[in-house]
Design a protein around this ligand. Structure first.
Ligand code: DOR
Ligand code: ZN
Length: 377
């Protein structure tokens, strides 16, 4: 069972006067309230088995839909497997939840163009994920020959208007781990877009100024990027603050402060090219706190609070709704959600961990105080 999560109300800040009187921003007593269209999560790891049962309620309680990543063991490489995985997600959802999982396929060197036709016809597969082989968790079956063996599949995706979701890092061990995104842009992404300009591409979890500039240089509506809470709030110092911090380790790894600032400026500018994708990636505590710790940060329970914090601190809370709730569906050509949620400025303590019979999962910002709480309105 999930540990009970008591959200005490304390230390309320008084709202600034320019929020008063607006429809979206309300001040109830001392609390600032923001009512927005229900957000979606355009990059989520739900896992399977007991981990799936454990984490699905967190995403289902905050988000309308989520793009579900296919990097299971074995990976979800066919539409039939995606349909079966979707069934197990639906079974794991809390009673009464209307959360909608949007499925993806894991691209391999042997994926057939026919699989893309099946995906389109299924009505439940919305994208194909490119993991360069060896780039991250469960990517060993990923792509080694994008411009060769995968080209017919990419052409079919462009034809069927199915977006390619890209883990944008090269895997060459001779390339410094902090440079892998930049090298990927120059050697893979730019040539790919030149070769197949009709293919829709999402550069997932961008981490650098180079990625921001690249996405801004592409045609709007054709190339976009998801942004995680960790790449907006943390820089690479957070990996080593007071000792090694395994719960801040994810891939692509956190970068320098100048990169974090460039990403914050991009998302708070109001550009439609950037949208939420939490990359919430749960791992059991013992797999993170290990001699060879897994990459992945579990952010689903606190992601909306964290994004609100970023936009508020940047003085751009008026741009938050488009980032959370409009830019993603607009890019995917899906309707925006019609229901609303409230974000209420109430301090709460993030739990140290969520405990399950199989072990603990430590969330992002564990044990810290955050200010924005979300509730279905
Ligand atoms: O940190 C990460 N964790 N990055 C990824 O690309 C995969 C993810 C996971 O599945 O754990
Ligand atoms: Zn991911």
């Amino acid at each position: 069972m999930i540990k009970s999560w008591v959200l005490p109300c304390k230390a309320l800040k008084f709202p600034s006067s320019n929020f008063e009187g607006s429809n979206k921003f309300r001040c109830r007593g001392a609390k600032m309230e923001l009512t927005i269209t229900r957000p979606d999560d355009w990059h989520l790891h739900l896992r399977d088995g007991e981990l799936l049962q454990a984490v699905v309620p967190h995403s289902a309680s905050h988000f309308g839909r989520a793009i579900v990543m296919p990097n299971l063991k074995p990976p979800i490489t066919t539409t039939a497997a995606a349909v079966a995985y979707r069934e197990s997600i639906l079974k794991a959802m809390p009673a009464g939840s209307d959360f909608t999982p949007l499925m993806t396929l894991y691209l391999t060197d042997t994926t057939e163009p026919h699989e893309i036709k099946l995906a389109r016809r299924s009505g439940v597969v919305y994208a194909v994920k490119l993991y360069p082989a060896g780039a991250t968790t469960n990517s060993q079956d990923g792509v080694t020959d994008l411009f060769g063996r995968c080209l017919p599949v990419l052409e079919e995706m462009a034809e069927q208007n199915i977006p390619l979701l890209v883990h944008g890092e090269v895997t060459d061990p001779d390339i410094d781990v902090f440079d892998r995104e930049g090298v990927f842009i120059d050697t893979v992404l730019r040539p790919l877009i030149q070769r197949l300009p009709q293919l829709k591409v999402v550069m997932e979890h961008i981490t650098t100024m180079d990625a921001v500039k690249f996405v801004e240089s592409c045609e709007e509506g054709s190339v976009a990027a998801t942004v995680t809470p960790q790449h907006l709030l943390l820089n690479r110092n957070s990996l080593f603050q007071g000792g090694l911090q395994p719960h801040n380790y994810c891939l692509p790894v956190l970068k320098r402060e100048i990169h974090r600032q460039a990403i914050v400026s991009a998302v708070t500018s109001g550009s439609k090219r950037f949208f939420i994708g939490t990359d919430s990636a749960p791992h059991e505590r013992r797999r993170k706190e290990s001699s060879c710790g897994c990459a992945g940060i579990y952010s689903a329970p606190v992601a909306l609070s964290l994004y609100a914090k970023v936009f508020e601190e940047a003085g751009a809370i008026d741009k938050l709704e488009a980032f959370l709730s409009f830019n993603g569906p607009d890019f995917y050509g899906l309707p925006r959600n019609t229901s609303k949620i409230k974000l209420i400025k109430n301090s709460f303590n993030v739990p140290e961990c969520f405990s399950f019979p199989f072990g603990d999962i430590v969330p992002m910002f564990a044990g810290e105080t955050l200010e924005w709480q979300s509730s279905i309105s």
